[in-house]
Design a protein around this ligand. Structure first.
Ligand SMILES: [Zn+2]
Length: 445
């Protein structure tokens, strides 16, 4: 009744987008994307479903290939399993009664994941890539997750052993590897962190403690990035961002320290202190650059390139490591910088590239979600909501569909429209995270 009376007594709208619909609308958008995905990507697909002007090819990577489809089914399984009955009742839009019971049966997603895994596993060839985003071995990492859920200990063991093979390759000749997240050692460290987080506290036969592996890789990474202000060189440039640069490296080091703190202290106190000191010096330097410029430039060689507001370059990838550093070092500057960045991200982060996590609007929504989770400020949740509804905003979507990028095969379409990092699988992950947060794929645990 009271709400109805307000209609006649209050002259302003309380909120043009009522709060209570956010979850429902994001879920509906997720279902729309998921139905579109299922129509276009058959179960067991092993190719990158690319835009029409390219030739489809076999690609098992989770970055822009078929590994991302497996990632999606497992994420949906987690989502369905973890959603409270209350939330399930709110998340129904876009589903018929029959679709509802199918979707909320965890077995459905698990069976899809199994079929997708089997198709991919048959195609795995030894590759030279090592990172979570690029390596074929990520299929085994996801396989371990699948068989853990299925309580299949034989296959779980097999998959974890396969996923660990790259560790030996890296330790044998670390200088042969890249040093950034997308292709390099920090990208493989993410694979280990994911395994360690999920299984270090498990009972046998699912128990897996990787503290020593993680520590070894951190030592290697620190050796390459140097003491004091750290550097991350890739193709003759010192990049600052998340995908190719030092922010991605720092995020992995902080996650490692957070997960294996006691082991790090026990093993090499001096080395640890140096690592933590270098991380802080580097973040302080990046924050300075940010306040001077309103963004973090792409690289030390290109300090004037400030136009990129996307996960791979610029501030979007800085918010997660700054918040982690704030929690670890209890330094207010890091939180203040992250909050300040979020306002600039809101202003400049609705990028015309549009789709996906790596350089897209849903990827930028993660910065807001990360802040919201820590600080609980509704404003950040609303920012994230607006970013996730980008296809519903006629003005925004029209710009995206018509803006010509010269590195894109077709105007207005992602090169791999159904992939994890540049297509709708990533969008769907962000939407599920809006409803029940698990963390940005490849960047958070
Ligand atoms: Zn990118």
């Amino acid at each position: 009744m009271q709400a109805q009376n307000l209609r006649y007594t209050q002259f302003h709208l309380t909120n043009p987008i009522p709060d209570e619909n956010h979850i429902e609308n994001v879920f509906e958008q997720f279902i729309t994307e998921y139905k579109e995905f299922r129509v276009n990507v058959p179960i067991g697909c092993i190719t990158d479903k690319c835009s029409k002007k390219q030739k489809e090819r076999i690609d098992l990577s989770v970055f822009c290939g078929a590994g991302g489809y497996l990632y999606l089914y497992l994420r949906i399984y987690e989502f369905v399993k973890g959603l409270s009955p209350d939330m399930q009742q709110r998340c129904t839009k876009g589903l018929t009664d029959q679709e509802f019971s199918e979707f909320y049966n965890p077995e459905t997603a698990l069976q899809l994941a199994l079929r997708q895994y089997q198709a991919l596993q048959a195609q795995i060839k030894k590759d030279t890539d090592i990172s979570f985003f690029m390596s074929n071995s990520t299929i085994y990492l996801l396989g371990a997750e699948l068989f853990y859920y299925m309580k299949d200990k034989e296959n779980f063991k097999k998959c974890t052993m396969e996923a660990l093979i790259n560790f030996g390759t890296i330790v044998a000749e670390p200088e042969k590897q890249e040093q950034e997240l997308l292709y390099g050692i920090p990208g493989y460290l993410y694979t280990l962190l994911r395994l360690h987080k999920k299984y270090s506290n498990e009972q046998d036969p699912y128990q897996l403690d990787l503290s020593s592996h993680i520590h070894t890789l951190c030592q290697i990474i620190c050796k390459f990035s140097g003491k004091g202000v750290m550097k991350c060189d890739f193709h003759n440039r010192s990049y600052f961002g998340a995908a190719h640069g030092i922010l991605g490296v720092i995020q992995m080091l902080l996650l490692s320290y957070e997960q294996c703190k006691e082991y790090f202290h026990l093993k090499d106190e001096q080395g640890l202190l140096e690592m933590l000191d270098s991380i802080q010096k580097t973040l302080d330097q990046l924050i300075k650059l940010y306040y001077q410029n309103g963004n973090i430039p792409s690289s030390a060689q290109n300090l004037n390139n400030l136009k990129l507001y996307q996960f791979c370059h610029g501030i979007p990838g800085a918010i997660a490591p700054l918040l982690k550093a704030y929690q670890i070092f209890n330094k207010q500057d890091y939180l203040d910088a992250a909050i300040h960045m979020s306002e600039n991200l809101y202003k400049f982060g609705m990028i015309k590239k549009g789709f996906g996590l790596c350089h897209g609007i849903p990827g930028n929504s993660y910065g807001f979600m990360q802040l919201y989770r820590l600080m609980g400020n509704e404003k950040h949740r609303k920012y994230a909501y607006q970013f996730l509804q980008y296809k519903k905003n006629v003005y925004v979507y029209n710009e995206i569909k018509n803006f010509p990028f010269n590195d894109r095969y077709m105007i207005g379409v992602s090169d791999q429209p159904f992939s994890l990092m540049i297509g709708s699988v990533g969008d769907m992950c962000a939407m599920m995270d809006f409803i029940d947060y698990k963390g940005m794929p490849g960047y958070e645990i």
